[in-house]
Design a protein around this ligand. Structure first.
Ligand SMILES: Cc1cc2nc3c(=O)[nH]c(=O)nc-3n(C[C@H](O)[C@H](O)[C@H](O)COP(=O)(O)OP(=O)(O)OC[C@H]3O[C@@H](n4cnc5c(N)ncnc54)[C@H](O)[C@@H]3O)c2cc1C
Length: 458
């Protein structure tokens, strides 16, 4: 057993933990990062990046299938076939490039990465058990909990065999013939849509009365329409009960139905990793089921910080990264605090949904201006004019409170929405900003003009 005091010890090498470690190292703090599996965490290894690789593969396949049939471009192509194993290998290559890059950045920042499972002894001491069973005790001045979250299970549908979490489905080497997706949130919809494009018969089972229940119906309607076009069956007010011999029992309202399914993907949410590594002994305050933190990512124990998914919603990689950067600066003594106005969220569904700031229902007295992509030349030339841009604003001042979009490719507009909110932009600012023609971004300017009562193209 060895004793190694350090300034910062971070448990978990996901987007929260590795960014905290790099920044702490850059700021000259002696930093140790403990990671049980692979640096990059959920996001790089089994989450954001692998899912987007699958989505891209499915989009290419879907487009190729379209070109094999009637299409407006005058193109005739052969019907495509998919070797999902090859696509998974391509995805693994991207993951490997990214995780090696993170490892190199950690080395450059002089962060010591310790591979193993951390067990907290007290607020200043952690024991790490490596894969070979060797145990190292590390002492620290500051402890950062960045242990992330895991897929939540349904007791009657435990993971294993044909019941998959997002991790297993993203590694499948063949497309399942019949796939049931339990949970119509963004993860289930992103993967379900991709599998439908790749040829699976997909059924989505959602307990709420509609898909993506956190968003309003206007935003989700284009997604529901596209799912219908892809022959995805959507069951709402429905609960999966159990699975045996390729049959999933579902309760839809009061009606029991048996669905044939080769694979069942369960995506009913994610639970914070706060158990099983000695954290309970610290007696930290909780905010619901998450660790409670203040604007400096401090927990209720001095010298113990928490960042990322363990601290609650929105459980997003970019939030974890921003907290990681902040916590390192706080520990280094910089006068900083969490003061973000904008937290963009993207559903990489088809079409994509972007939300930043307040939805209309969250700002009841606010003005709302919408510009549909049917009035946008670039959307038309992409042959995807479904969806719209929507701005929520203070009626008296024009201050922008929220911007949402649904449409093909709108994820790349998340940045300008976030910037507008972060800079406290008004409708006048957005209307006065020249957008390149022809781009879908012109719809932002148009929506702002509409909010000002000066619409041009509608
Ligand atoms: C399928 C899927 C798609 C997603 N897509 C997106 C997306 O498009 N955009 C987005 O913003 N977010 C997305 N997310 C969410 C995103 O992955 C998380 O918000 C993000 O990874 C959280 O980062 P984190 O650092 O808090 O935790 P994590 O990334 O979960 O990392 C935590 C790390 O801690 C390690 N760990 C846990 N306990 C211990 C221990 N005791 N000892 C040592 N190590 C430990 C784990 O091995 C893990 O590597 C997606 C998630 C999934 C599952």
């Amino acid at each position: 057993m060895t004793q190694k005091p350090c300034k910062v010890l971070i448990i978990g090498g996901g987007p929260g933990g590795y960014v905290a470690a790099i920044r702490a190292g850059q700021l000259g703090l002696e930093t140790v990062l403990v990671e049980e599996t692979a640096v990059g965490g959920t996001c790089l290894n089994v989450g954001c990046i692998p899912s987007k690789a699958l989505i891209h593969t499915a989009e290419v396949f879907d487009e190729a299938s379209r070109l094999a049939g009637d299409n407006p471009f005058g193109i005739t192509a052969a019907a495509p076939r998919i070797d999902l194993g090859k696509a998974v290998a391509w995805k693994d290559g991207i993951v490997s490039r990214l995780t090696s890059g993170v490892a190199a950045l950690l080395r450059r920042a002089r962060v010591r990465v310790v591979q193993g499972r951390a067990q907290i002894t007290d607020g200043k001491t952690v024991q790490v058990t490596g894969a070979d069973g060797a145990v190292e005790t590390i002492r620290c001045e500051n402890l950062v909990i960045a242990t992330g979250a895991r897929a939540q299970t349904i007791p009657t549908l435990p993971f294993g065999g044909d019941i998959l979490s997002s991790t297993e489905i993203l590694a499948l080497e063949t497309v399942p013939k019949r796939l049931c997706v339990v949970g119509g949130g963004y993860i289930g919809l992103e993967i379900g849509t991709a599998m439908a494009k790749l040829g699976a018969e997909v059924t989505i089972i959602e307990a709420a009365s509609r898909l993506l229940p956190l968003y309003d119906a206007d935003l989700t309607k284009p997604v529901a329409k596209r799912l219908a076009a892809l022959n995805v069956r959507v069951l709402t007010d429905a609960r999966a009960q159990g699975y045996a011999d390729g049959q999933l029992e579902v309760l839809i309202g009061e009606t029991r139905e048996i669905l044939a399914a080769d694979k069942v993907l369960v995506t009913i949410g994610r639970a914070p990793n706060i158990e099983g590594f000695g954290l309970d002994a610290l007696g930290l305050d909780h905010n619901g089921r998450y660790l409670a933190i203040d604007a400096h990512c401090r927990t209720s124990m001095r010298g113990v910080y928490a960042i990322g998914d363990v601290t609650g919603e929105p459980m997003l990689a970019h939030r974890a990264m921003a907290q990681g950067d902040l916590v390192a600066r706080v520990i280094a003594g910089e006068p900083v605090a969490w003061d973000k106005r904008a937290m963009p969220a993207v559903c990489f569904t088809d079409p994509e949904i972007v939300t930043v700031g307040l939805l209309p229902a969250q700002a009841s007295d606010a003005g709302v201006a919408v510009f549909p992509f049917v009035g946008n030349g670039r959307a038309m030339t992409r042959d995807r004019d479904d969806g719209f841009i929507r701005i929520v604003f203070v009626r008296e001042t024009g201050l922008v409170l929220g911007i949402q979009a649904v449409g093909a490719g709108v994820s790349e507009m998340a940045g300008q929405f976030a910037l507008a909110l972060e800079m406290a932009a008004t409708l006048t600012d957005l209307a006065a900003t020249i957008q390149a023609h022809p781009t879908q971004s012109e719809a932002v300017q148009e929506a702002a003009l509409k909010g000002l009562g000066q619409a041009l193209h509608i």
